[in-house]
Design a protein around this ligand. Structure first.
Ligand code: ADP
Ligand code: ZN
Length: 611
């Protein structure tokens, strides 16, 4: 069998995705390999396909026990003999897994890194030939990453001690250069083939919105999703619970997840989400790596995260099945203040000295600035992200809030002059610079105590923009920052003129601002009951899938992804041969699940003919 046959026969894929083939070839040629691929890019195939072509066992080292179970179920459903060994197994299942490994009935064995030091485990694999060691989420080995796991550091020693060192293949979605270098060095990869696959996720729609009432906006967005699964990320535990309650009150099945809940509560929330008993999960960033749910249709950020790295990782949990999905960030300038507070008051790493901490804070501010820049950009959101990760994007992607909205350009030179001159006069009067809030109050002629105490109502710019709304003035200021006439000191939030401000104030440079008129995102049903546009047959197939999944106690996407169901509904196969041509259907899945689906399709076609 060759790699193409394996890919089709077991995983039902007609072709490899960009990047997969080169990594597979490298592994099969016996070379250490480092694959950097975005979440949802299809990393698993890169070691699963080789595992079926190599003579011995493939050991998969993966940080999360909760993930292993689903991965192994999915492999077994596809006819790939796989097992996992971890502390969540009962004695009976553990023994059974060991027996299968011992008798060579297992091609892939999933373990957490801690197990590599376990005496019983070492005995178990003593006489087994290990052809490949695949290290998943390899960035966990780096102290620079956010998911550092000390036990990862012991992997090289374990490999070294094996009678024959296997090929080592490491995978991660983390893009930054220092983490990448750490992975290769600390895992002691030997002359590895390194490949970075493009970070673009074309099926994700990106947008930033700045609603006056975030909760109302959130409810509207979630309703529009019509029952699709989604995650709402919030900055604090309290907000998470509030959002969850409001969703429930609005009749939307929701659960919540944060580090303040008990293990039991967290597990229940996660299971309810995994098995689609609730459609929305309100969570803090504690809800992270453990989610391997591929049918997440949207990720909404209720607050701005502290870096684009974090944002892209969290948003990237949408649409892993390749279906159109939405990533929407609800921005308010207050989010920036919250993020700064967290940087200043966040957990301190005990192991670091003051210089190192200062360096970390400096980096944090730099990342925050880039994140805030994303929220304020009037250009293509995807282009902004890709450029940040070092990839040269096209100017406009056509699938983000910016690219899809109609924009008109307004000349705001007069307003710009008023604002810049107000900032200058305030600075002259006070001898120091102040934040945007006070500047806006002066421009709009507010009468609060602080402003009056400082005598700012006697400035000639006081009340110049009294007829313009607060958010509008705020938007003008952001535009001036973006255009480089104003700058905010990230530490103190103080607004200052830049050297270029004079161009507008004294030399007649014009300032323009793009105004957005929103048009809806693609890929989401706009009307009718849940996913009606997918048609009756799709719904029929969905019901069959739900029945099978329930019977086997696995999440629905372990049976078939939405993309497979959609292709099935489109091709409407009635023979086993035709069934095999459906995307995501391999030989074993066809044998295992074919009959109930084929029966449902035949039944559907017959009743339709009678109509
Ligand atoms: P990740 O890189 O996040 O680990 P996975 O390995 O879970 O991604 O793959 C994400 C999704 O992509 C899965 O639903 C998988 O079936 C699908 N996929 C992977 N490779 C291919 C391929 N060559 N053709 C079609 N779908 C694929
Ligand atoms: Zn775009």
């Amino acid at each position: 069998m060759d790699k193409y046959t394996v890919n089709k026969k077991y995983f039902g894929h007609d072709r490899f995705r960009p990047g997969q083939e080169a990594l597979i070839d490298s592994i099969l040629s016996g070379r250490d390999t480092l694959g950097i691929m975005p979440t949802g890019g299809g990393k698993s195939i890169c070691y699963q396909v080789p595992s079926l072509l190599l003579p011995g066992l493939t050991l998969v080292i993966s940080p999360l026990i909760s993930l292993m179970k689903d991965q192994v179920s999915a492999l077994e459903a596809a006819g790939v003999p796989a097992a996992c060994l971890n502390s969540s197994l009962d004695t009976e299942s553990y023994r059974e897994a060991c027996r299968r490994v011992r008798q060579g009935q297992c091609k892939l064995l999933y373990v957490a890194p801690e197990r590599l030091e376990n005496e019983r485990f070492l005995q178990l694999i003593e006489n087994r030939r290990i052809s490949l060691a695949a290290v998943d989420e390899a960035h966990c080995i780096s102290q620079w990453g956010q998911d550092f796991r000390p036990s990862y550091l012991r992997i090289p020693r374990f490999l070294e001690a094996l009678p024959q060192r296997p090929v080592v293949a490491a995978f991660t979605a983390t893009a930054t250069e220092d983490v990448r270098r750490d992975v290769a060095r600390l895992l002691e990869l030997r002359d590895p083939f390194v490949q970075v696959t493009g970070f673009d996720r074309p099926n994700l729609y990106f947008d930033v919105q700045r609603p006056k009432d975030k909760l109302a906006a959130l409810l509207a967005l979630v309703r529009k999703q019509r029952g699709r699964s989604g995650i709402v990320y919030c900055a604090t535990r309290a907000k998470t619970e509030e959002v969850c309650r409001r969703l429930q009150e609005a009749g939307i099945p929701a659960a919540c997840y944060h580090a303040g809940l008990t293990d039991q509560e967290r597990m229940e929330s996660q299971e309810a989400f995994r098995f689609d008993r609730v459609s929305v999960m309100a969570a803090t960033n504690a809800f992270g790596m453990g989610i391997d749910k591929s049918n997440v249709g949207f990720v909404i950020h209720f607050n701005m995260p502290k870096s684009l790295e974090a944002y892209y990782q969290e948003a990237g949990r949408a649409g892993r099945d390749g279906e159109p999905a939405e990533c929407i960030l609800l921005y308010s300038p207050r989010d920036v203040a919250t993020a700064k507070f967290l940087i200043e008051n966040g957990e301190e790493n005990e192991a670091m000295d003051e210089t190192a901490r200062a360096e970390v804070r400096r980096q944090d501010y730099r990342r925050l600035e880039a994140m805030a820049g994303y929220c304020k950009t009037t250009g293509c959101f995807r282009a902004y992200i890709l450029r940040y990760f070092g990839q040269e994007p096209p100017d406009r992607c056509g699938n983000c809030g910016s690219c899809r909205s109609e924009t008109s350009v307004e000349d705001i030179t007069i307003q710009a002059q008023m604002i810049l001159s107000c900032v200058k006069r305030m600075q002259d009067r006070l001898g120091y610079s102040v934040g945007a809030t006070l500047v806006i109050q002066v421009l709009r002629g507010a009468k609060n105590k602080r402003l009056l105490d400082l005598g700012l109502d006697s400035l000639s710019t006081y009340g110049l923009l009294s007829r313009i709304s607060q958010p509008q003035v705020s938007a003008y200021i952001e535009r001036l920052e973006e255009a480089g006439f104003l700058t905010t000191d990230p530490r103190y939030g103080a607004l200052r003129l830049t050297g270029r401000a004079g161009e507008v104030l004294y030399r007649g440079e014009r300032v323009e601002m793009a105004l957005r008129r929103d048009s809806p995102a693609p890929g989401i049903p706009q009307a009718g009951p849940e996913l009606e546009e997918d048609g009756v047959l799709f719904q029929v197939l969905r019901a069959v899938r739900a029945r099978l999944a329930q019977k086997e106690g696995v999440p629905v996407y372990v049976v078939f992804s939405n993309a497979s169901l959609r292709d099935m509904a489109c091709k409407a196969p009635v023979t086993e041969e035709a069934f095999l041509a459906v995307s995501g259907v391999g030989a074993v899945k066809a044998a295992r699940y074919g009959e109930p689906f084929l029966a449902a399709i035949r039944d559907y076609l017959e009743t339709r003919e009678q109509d």
